[in-house]
Write a protein that binds this ligand. Structure first.
Ligand SMILES: Cc1ncc(COP(=O)(O)O)c(C=O)c1O
Length: 503
């Protein structure tokens, strides 16, 4: 078992503290966290300040200051001549409820049911497998665009112009679905570039796909309703549906997209989530036959199709494919897009196109539940699109990413050599921000993901995106964020990792 010194040393090393947080506060936070998690149970004796200072390599005064803070807040108490002990927080909270304030009642929230976190049951379920903090993007992280190529100066000019106009109305909450000129610009873009059938009233500005999906889940489904999702599936969508307590029914994806079988058709979905232009993560493009089938099924089942068109701007050969929504004659499709990939993730602007019958409900819910804002940014973005900069930017990054994709593919093909032809395939769709290196079934792709991480490579195992037992293994390799120099260097390292796994 870990000693208390080791436990605190480990927590101190693993926690991402603010660089200027003083040492005594770090120790205090580490001890407090260990007490909340019950790694230090009630009654445990803390090491003496002298021993702990020695073990952690810090000054004794620092330890004493941290202990004093913990004692003042009731987390620990000292017994004369004996030492410092962890207090019984449950007993304190009980006594607080009984007789007003206890002498050492902790000010911090107390775990509710011994679970270690002061969260509701839903809160605990939601945070139990959170993605964790986002650290610096490593080579080949899938899904990330190269936002370092964002036209900063141009954007600054557009933004300045809006601020100079000093329009007080743009400081208000965003009402009626967002800033009208932006909705108009998006309407035009979607009609021309994506063949979406849309009137401006149908377009709502959201804070990205995550929020668009959440609105759909809240407004179109009830707790316990079924949502069909692609398998493998985009984890962001999956998390939203789980948070809204929907029952997820995974449907296998093959090279033509979501492949419905008899057993699937025996279930009745309320929502159907698809990425038909470029399935995330496999890259499959949904065939026209499947698109028609899916639209028919949605009508028969009285279900809504949620079309997530997150990266269709990145198609390196030929024209971008038309959206599924454009084929829909029965108003069953809600179409969503985002500026996270084409501009930058932190802009937090996306759009949702709803069928006419849903306009009023969605507008009012968007306003009541989210209180949208950021009209100043929406105004700059409207100008960016209307003045043609958006199209120019897309053309430029499309060229850059296309070249990076080709370089990565060539590097891998060259390094993997003849072995590749027999056992490993590289996805051939000329679109998106990542490619999939598909591996034989016997290969443990999660182990390869870990091995690659040891070389500073952040690929993702395909099998981890499945809800049902995985039917394919592979690695998702992002290339958009990686400079050519890095692709050449890390591509060779990645090939070596793959070879070691396949051998
Ligand atoms: C399938 C898919 N949809 C949507 C998004 C972007 O969502 P948001 O607009 O919430 O940033 C991503 C980002 O990784 C994605 O992979």
């Amino acid at each position: 078992m870990l000693s208390t010194s080791d436990l605190l040393a480990h927590t101190l090393a693993e926690t991402d503290f603010h660089p200027r947080l003083p040492q005594q506060r770090r120790l205090y936070e580490a001890a407090k966290a260990a007490i909340h998690k019950q790694q230090l149970g009630a009654g445990s004796k803390l090491p003496s300040s002298r021993d702990l200072a020695r073990d952690l390599g810090i000054s004794r005064n620092t330890v004493i200051a941290a202990f004093e803070q913990l004692a003042a807040e009731g987390y620990v108490h000292s017994e004369l001549g004996s030492g410092t002990y962890v207090s019984d927080l449950q007993a304190h909270s009980a006594s607080m409820r009984g007789v007003g304030s206890a002498p050492h009642s902790p000010r911090a929230a107390v775990p509710s049911s011994g679970g270690g976190m002061p969260l509701s049951h839903r809160g605990q379920a939601l945070t139990s497998f959170a993605a964790g903090p986002r650290f610096e993007i490593q080579p080949f992280a899938p899904g990330d665009a190269d936002f370092s190529s964002f036209p900063f100066k141009l954007w600054q000019r557009l933004q300045n112009r809006v601020w100079r106009e000093a329009r007080a109305d743009l400081l208000d909450y965003g009402q009626s679905g967002g800033y009208l000129p932006l909705r108009q610009a998006i309407t035009e873009y979607l009609r021309i570039s994506r063949s979406v059938k849309v009137q401006v009233e149908q377009v709502m500005i959201t804070s990205g796909t995550q929020q668009s999906l959440d609105l759909c889940a809240q407004l179109l489904a009830d707790v316990g309703d079924t949502a069909w999702v692609e398998d493998p599936c985009y984890w962001g969508a999956r998390r939203v549906f789980e948070a809204r307590e929907l029952k997820l029914h995974p449907i296998t994806v093959d090279s033509d997209g979501m492949a419905l079988e008899e057993a699937d058709l025996a279930t009745t979905p309320k929502l159907i989530y698809v990425t038909p232009s470029h399935q995330y993560p496999t890259g499959a493009v949904m065939s026209l036959t499947r698109r028609r089938e899916l639209l028919d099924v949605a009508v028969r089942k009285d279900a809504w199709i949620l079309e997530d068109d997150y990266d269709s701007e990145f198609r390196y050969t030929g024209r971008p494919l038309a959206a599924l929504q454009g084929l829909d004659n029965d108003d069953r499709v809600l179409y969503m897009g985002t500026f996270s990939k084409v501009l930058y993730p932190g802009i937090k602007i996306g759009y949702l196109v709803v069928p006419p019958a849903l306009i009023n409900g969605f507008k009012s819910a968007l306003y009541d539940l989210q209180r949208p804002g950021q009209l100043m940014v929406q105004a700059a973005l409207a100008d960016f699109i209307a003045l043609g900069h958006f199209t120019t930017h897309i053309r430029k990054i499309r060229q850059t990413y296309g070249a990076r994709r080709e370089l990565l593919r060539r590097t891998l093909v060259h390094q993997l050599g003849s072995q590749l032809a027999q056992t490993v395939t590289i996805s051939s769709e000329e679109s998106g921000l990542h490619l999939v290196v598909e591996l034989p079934d016997r290969v443990d792709d999660v182990a390869l993901e870990k091995l690659a991480a040891e070389s500073g490579i952040q690929v993702k195992a395909l099998s981890t995106y499945y809800l049902a037992p995985p039917v394919r293994r592979g690695l998702l390799v992002g290339y958009a964020y990686c400079t050519p120099e890095k692709i050449a260097y890390y591509g060779r390292l990645l090939a070596a990792v793959i070879q070691s796994g396949v051998r």
